[in-house]
Design a binder for this molecule. Structure first.
Ligand SMILES: NCCC[C@H](NC(=O)CCC(=O)O)C(=O)O
Ligand SMILES: NC(=O)OP(=O)(O)O
Length: 333
């Protein structure tokens, strides 16, 4: 694996999930793999889990880590090609990415959607420019439209519980929209659909009218507009708010979609998942978050395993690049 930006960066999502389960069982197996390698983590937006779990995962592999709050501490980045830079942006991404690539063997980036211009957000411009100009593997720490480290975590968590509960057959996995006061990105939901589509699950999406996601991510997905119907018989319930895609970035008002104990009672004693942070009693009731059905803390714990799995794959790729060619080898000898 050369980069980690979409599910297409891995040859097989089910195999990557199996590798993550293996890392969960043997977390110290590759504790020297990252020796003398440096990971750079660039945050344009806040983070708790992604920042700490990825840093911890890198340390578990013997890597050094540098973290930068790029929005506060970096120069304002210009991303337009060929522009006369006489505005507010001091540094072009071409130099910034290339220079960071001089210091880091792997670079992670968090660049949330601005939720003003769908076309601009859906291009995921900055992360692709880093892939083009950094010269090293690039990891998404949540881009405008995807959060692949979260999705790998989510599948790892589902597979772990499936095995533990000895669930036979295809699990019913429901992604439900829930209310929020702020306009949030669609990244977590998009990615969850992108990744679950590659597993043998019965996936159902439920949301109010007006909360439709981009067709790029919902093709082939069953959509049920009645939340209670959707929750019936669910084995896993994944809760997330997102703002409107069609009326781009607008907050959708539907307070009745909050997750309550009564709604959870409709499920097949489903495990409740959320990427966090979650606003209690606005999105999910205390009674549900504090119940045994909630696995949100364990899910967040699995972020470390998912990040470690991805770093192992990228470090193994770097090893293949580090091996001296026959010609270089003969010059050294
Ligand atoms: N990385 C996980 C989720 C991050 C972000 N949530 C947030 O911004 C919540 C902010 C708040 O609740 O004020 C999102 O939905 O994509
Ligand atoms: N779930 C998640 O990505 O959390 P942070 O935003 O805190 O990193």
């Amino acid at each position: 694996m050369k980069h980690f930006i979409t599910s297409a960066d891995t040859d097989s999502v089910p195999q990557l999930v199996q590798k993550a389960l293996d890392v969960k069982r043997n977390p110290r197996r590759y504790d020297q793999l990252g020796r003398y390698k440096t990971l750079g983590l660039l945050f344009f937006n806040p983070s708790l889990r992604t920042r700490l779990s990825t840093q911890k995962a890198a340390q578990n592999l013997g890597m050094s880590v540098m973290v930068m709050n790029f929005d506060k501490d970096g120069w304002q980045l210009e991303t337009e090609e060929g522009i006369v830079m006489n505005g507010g942006n001091a540094e072009h991404v071409k130099e910034a990415a290339a220079v960071i690539g001089q210091y880091c063997d792997i670079v992670g980036l968090r660049t949330f959607a601005r939720l003003q211009d769908a076309q601009a957000d859906y291009e995921e411009k900055v992360i692709h420019q880093f892939r083009q100009y950094a010269g090293v593997p690039v990891v998404s720490l949540e881009s405008e439209i995807r959060h692949p480290l979260q999705s790998l975590t989510d599948l790892l968590t589902i597979e772990y519980h499936r095995a533990k509960a000895k669930l036979s057959g295809r699990p019913k996995v429901v992604l439900s929209w829930a209310p929020h006061i702020k306009a949030l990105p669609q990244a977590v939901a998009n990615s969850f659909l992108e990744w679950t589509a590659l597993m043998d699950y019965e996936v159902m999406l439920t949301h109010p009218t007006g909360a439709e996601l981009s067709p790029e991510f919902t093709q082939g997905v069953t959509i049920e507009y009645d939340q209670k119907k959707a929750l019936k018989g669910a084995d896993f319930v994944y809760i997330k708010n997102w703002s409107s895609f069609s009326n781009y970035g607008q907050v959708i008002q539907a307070p009745d979609w909050k997750i309550t104990q009564e709604k959870m009672a409709l499920t097949n004693r489903a495990k409740l998942m959320h990427c966090l942070p979650v606003r209690r009693n606005l999105v999910i009731d205390d009674a549900v978050l504090d119940s045994a059905q909630s696995i949100v803390i364990e899910q967040a714990g699995n972020r470390e395993t998912a990040a470690q799995t991805v770093l192992i794959e990228l470090l193994k790729y770097l090893q293949t690049q580090d091996e001296p060619s026959d010609l270089a080898q003969s010059l050294i000898l």
